[in-house]
Design a protein around this ligand. Structure first.
Ligand code: NAG
Ligand code: NAG
Ligand code: NAG
Ligand code: NAG
Ligand code: NAG
Ligand code: NAG
Ligand code: NAG
Ligand code: NAG
Ligand code: NAG
Ligand code: NAG
Ligand code: NAG
Ligand code: NAG
Length: 837
């Protein structure tokens, strides 16, 4: 029996691992359009010409260059229709897909105008991606579970092109990416094995650019300097790369030793007042996605064990307190890494930040980081770009056409680089012709492009079989939906869906203004017939609206279910969405009183939804574009496509996939996927903030702290300074007490936890109170013309007292009187004389 002490064992294994070089079972390096082998950054790319089926609409583009200096960026394959490459996968598991793009200048093809959509069998990698004049390398990690991988390139618009210069499909060592990683705050395991990643950052702290020549796995590591926060005073330290001692957990594959041999540490704090500061990297990200963050450390700083102790923060969350590298790795110069999942809700500012800062437990005040990788995680729609799924982006939405898909596989070679096969999918043509036969819109103004609209994810499926003929009118008639229109009537009402009568485009489809024979103005919502999700929303909307009638809900006049169409006819709302009166248009600013009345109307509508029916209804998509105004500016809540019946009496919530609109999403709902009415209350709080500030809920071009109106408004409201960021048009024209009440109401709606938020009924009362304050002050102002010094201090103080009791009274408001449109003065008198409610 031989006893090996632990350090020895580590040493032994490190020798072993550094010897065993990983050979990827699948290793395809393809230079598209090239006629010869090209050695690029130490690796040989082979031409795809032998394997490319030219009957697909693909062409080769070359850059006029001196042929002595070949690069994979000098040729490209151009596709004017759908085209696919198929790779045979010998060993299932994670694979890197690297796509090289360079919009070559060529007189025949203008590649800078290309917009590319790239799909794998299951994931959307790129969606409508366009190019500037630069070379781009995109890297993805996809778990391939079958024996092939298909990469499909689609021009995003009918008139545009798709292209690619080079493709890599390379196996990832199994040990590199774990099955689970922990989320931050609260920490819980997050399963990764079924998800795809896009590498968005791979940084070598303080070190040089490393390319595939310097990394045995062909990765690219960039210097981090441009992402350092300005306040980070950095000193770069370096060690001899050969002195790095790999361990069992962090091997040569984890990162090349050149990553660990350089690190950023804290510089002497000469220009920093506080010697204890953080090193912070600010990484702009798409806030709609979650990210997988891997931090790499190696203690090349300290001279002895346990000297260097520091804290690691990700997005201001303490990800690892008192990180003592040497005790974790049992030695100096031993690499260490850790993984975290940063949830989409946690960086509403549009940037992911990673910081290290000294901890009081250490002997020396210092902190270090060697490398950082950030991967975007595919979303609910299995997409890494936008909300459309593979199915919705493939022409025909993967419908009946997929049976007729003609797959032509030609050529297969031997060796490490084997069959790259192009599949010509005739779906495009088959679909184009079949819709032309069926679709009546071709007869319109020729505007027959019907691109799949982005929808809200795909988890929700509704098994609905629809007939594409006129008989279907009967199938829905039983739901008492009012009038059943024929398609011809709809065509007449909208002048054949004339683009000039287009009112808007939403998640479900397009909305046109129409005029019925009897002269009634209507809004005609036409769903995208290709989308199953659209069908689900169409149904939901019909089901919801057939149950609901209220002055503050948009009412349904009828529908048309003929010829594969999903058309709903609503009362026409002459003044359009609330949003267009707040910003982004030429409409005159709304006075404060009108804004209050609109908010009150919308709150009434939502209150009715929550309490009016036997089971409450949660709208799930409350936003300023879904609050419509009629010709008298009466606010009505619209768009019930995402609505859900609320929890029954014995439940506290409904568990459901997260849907809604970014910027309005309740963070608690997002985290826990548990839906309650309080999620609508949160969204309504965002609406209230928009009404004050007149800016979009999310505005990514603003500085980080301003991007999200909920955050930004809350910050100022908590300081009691909301008037500092309010709409400039309101300055001097709003009663400050009314504004204060309004701000407090918004603040309560935006509370982090649903239990702390008021019910919609409470919100309603508070808004009515704010309106009353405004009306009182208007009356007093008029009176002031004659008798000055009449300050409304005393009555307001008195009302404030009553109001608190109302806010604290909890959900005691019964469902009675929901439908009433009690005049505000009646409400006011109740406020002043609160009876035992
Ligand atoms: C290109 O490279 C492949 C694999 O590296 C090799 O089998 C082939 O012979 C090369 N072709 C030419 C023309 O050099
Ligand atoms: C192929 O491309 C040409 C020109 O780009 C276009 O005219 C033709 O219609 C395309 N063919 C198909 C089948 O898409
Ligand atoms: C454009 O590409 C074609 C191949 O499609 C090539 O023959 C031609 O030389 C290229 N023109 C220029 C100006 O690079
Ligand atoms: C090719 O090389 C020659 C001489 O080295 C140079 O004058 C010419 O500009 C080069 N052409 C291109 C397209 O780079
Ligand atoms: C060859 O290409 C590299 C980069 O692509 C460039 O730096 C170099 O100047 C080129 N050499 C010649 C002779 O064109
Ligand atoms: C190529 O397309 C881009 C974008 O559509 C346009 O700005 C540019 O002028 C075009 N270039 C040529 C040479 O047509
Ligand atoms: C693609 O993006 C361009 C702008 O970059 C936009 O005009 C176009 O509508 C988009 N197309 C689709 C199908 O989303
Ligand atoms: C890939 O997916 C399969 C099936 O979901 C799973 O069993 C396997 O562990 C995954 N592989 C990796 C490397 O995540
Ligand atoms: C990367 O590898 C190339 C080729 O081996 C070498 O010239 C270069 O110096 C290496 N880079 C670094 C940072 O070591
Ligand atoms: C951190 O460690 C490096 C390397 O030992 C050293 O140069 C630097 O001065 C230290 N920073 C502070 C603030 O002590
Ligand atoms: C470092 O950053 C974290 C997170 O932003 C913060 O809580 C901490 O106070 C900062 N430490 C110092 C010394 O600035
Ligand atoms: C102010 O007083 C005048 C005369 O006393 C009266 O006509 C006018 O209506 C008063 N204005 C208001 C706003 O009460």
């Amino acid at each position: 029996m031989v006893f090996i002490t632990r350090p020895l064992l580590v040493l032994f294994l490190s020798c072993y691992t550094s010897l065993a070089l990983y050979t990827p079972p699948d290793n395809y390096l393809i230079s598209c359009g090239s006629s010869q082998n090209i050695t690029f950054q130490g690796r040989t790319f082979v031409p795809d010409s032998l394997h490319l089926l030219k009957t697909g609409n693909s062409s080769v583009v070359e850059e006029a260059t001196n042929s002595s200096n070949l690069s994979i960026y000098q040729t490209a394959c151009v596709f004017s229709g759908l085209a696919s490459y198929r790779f045979r996968i010998s060993s299932p598991g994670r694979h890197w897909i690297r796509l090289h793009f360079s919009p070559i200048k060529n007189s025949t093809w203008n590649l800078t105008s290309a917009s590319v959509t790239v799909l794998t069998d299951d994931f959307v990698l790129l969606n409508n991606f366009s190019f500037k004049n630069q070379q781009i390398l995109k890297e993805y990690t996809v778990n391939v579970t079958t024996d092939s991988l298909t990469l499909t390139f689609i021009p995003s618009n009918k008139s545009s092109l798709a292209f690619v210069n080079a493709i890599e499909v390379v196996s990832v060592p199994d040990s590199l990416i774990p099955d689970h990683a922990n989320t931050l705050h609260p920490s819980s395991p997050f399963p990764l094995s079924r998800l795809a990643f896009e590498t968005v950052y791979r940084l070598n702290m303080g070190g040089p650019l490393l390319t595939s020549e310097n990394d045995t796995l062909g990765r690219r590591w960039e210097n981090d300097a441009e992402y350092l926060h300005v306040n980070s005073s950095v000193l770069v330290v370096t060690a001899n790369p050969s002195s790095i001692k790999y361990s069992v957990s962090a091997t040569q594959e984890t990162a090349p030793n050149m990553v660990y041999a350089t690190a950023d540490t804290m510089g002497e704090a000469a220009n920093v007042a506080n010697p204890s500061f953080n090193l912070t990297w600010v990484l702009p990200v798409d806030p709609e996605f979650s990210y997988f963050v891997r931090v790499h450390f190696c203690d090349i700083v300290s001279q002895a064990m346990n000297e260097l102790v520091f804290n690691l923060y990700v997005n201001d969350d303490l990800a690892h307190p008192s990180l003592d590298l040497s005790s974790l790795t049992n030695g100096l110069k031993v690499p260490y890494f850790n993984d975290y999942i940063s949830n989409a809700s946690s960086y509403s500012g549009g940037s992911l930040t990673v910081s290290v800062g000294p901890d009081s437990q250490g002997d020396i005040t210092n902190a270090t980081m060697s490398g950082l990788e950030v991967f975007k995680i595919s979303n609910e729609a299995n997409s890494l770009s936008g909300l459309s799924s593979v199915k919705s982006l493939l022409p025909g939405g993967g419908g009946s056409c997929s049976n007729e898909k003609k797959v032509v596989i030609i050529g297969s070679a031997v060796g490490a680089v084997t069959s790259v096969l192009l599949i010509a999918v005739c779906c495009y043509c088959c679909l184009a012709s079949s819709t032309r036969k069926k679709s009546p819109r071709e007869g319109g103004n020729g505007n027959g492009n019907w691109l799949p609209l982005p929808l809200y994810g795909l988890s929700q499926t509704l098994t609905a079989s629809r007939k594409s003929n006129t008989a279907s009118c009967i199938s829905l008639a039983s739901t008492h939906l009012g009038r059943c229109f024929t398609f011809q009537e709809i065509m007449d009402a909208t002048s054949k869906f004339d683009e000039s009568s287009l009112l808007g485009v939403g998640g479900f489809g397009r909305v046109y203004k129409g005029n019925l024979e009897d002269g009634t103005d209507v809004a005609v919502k036409r769903g995208n017939p290709r989308s199953e999700q659209g069908m689900a929303e169409f149904r939901t909307e019909i089901e919801m609206l057939s149950k609901l009638r209220h002055r503050h809900l948009v009412s349904l006049i009828g529908y048309c279910d003929e010829r594969s169409e999903m058309i709903l006819v609503y009362e026409y709302m002459a003044n359009g969405p609330l949003r267009s009166h707040l910003y982004g248009g030429e409409l005159p600013p709304l006075p404060w009183k009108r804004r209050l009345e609109i908010c009150i109307g919308a709150a009434r509508g939502l209150h009715y939804l929550h309490t009016g029916a036997s089971r409450s209804i949660i709208h799930r998509d409350v936003k300023t574009t879904n609050i419509l105004l009629d010709k008298n500016f009466v606010a009505k809540v619209a768009d019930f496509g995402l609505s859900k019946t609320g929890p029954s009496l014995d439940q506290t919530h409904v568990s459901t996939a997260v849907k809604g609109s970014f910027g309005y999403l309740d963070p608690e709902y997002f985290r826990r996927q548990q839906l309650t009415e309080k999620s609508d209350v949160y969204s309504f709080g965002v609406v209230l903030m928009e009404v004050i500030c007149c800016r979009p809920a999310l505005n990514p071009v603003l500085p980080r702290e301003q991007v999200n109106i909920a955050e930004w408004g809350m910050a100022w409201q908590k300081k009691g300074l909301l008037d500092q960021i309010m709409d400039i048009n309101l300055a001097g024209k709003v009663n400050l007490a009314s504004l204060k009440k309004f701000g407090e109401t918004a603040e309560k709606c935006l509370e982090e936890y649903g239990v702390d938020r008021p019910s919609m009924g409470d919100v309603l009362w508070n808004l009515e109170y704010a309106l009353q304050l405004e009306e009182t002050s208007l009356a007093l102002m008029e009176a002031d013309d004659n008798s000055t010094n009449h300050i409304p201090g005393i009555p307001m103080g008195a009302m404030e007292t009553f109001d608190n009791s109302i806010v604290d009274r909890g959900g005691g408001n019964s469902g009675t009187g929901i439908d009433d449109d009690a005049t505000t003065s009646a409400v006011f008198s109740q406020l002043v004389h609160p009876r035992g409610r």
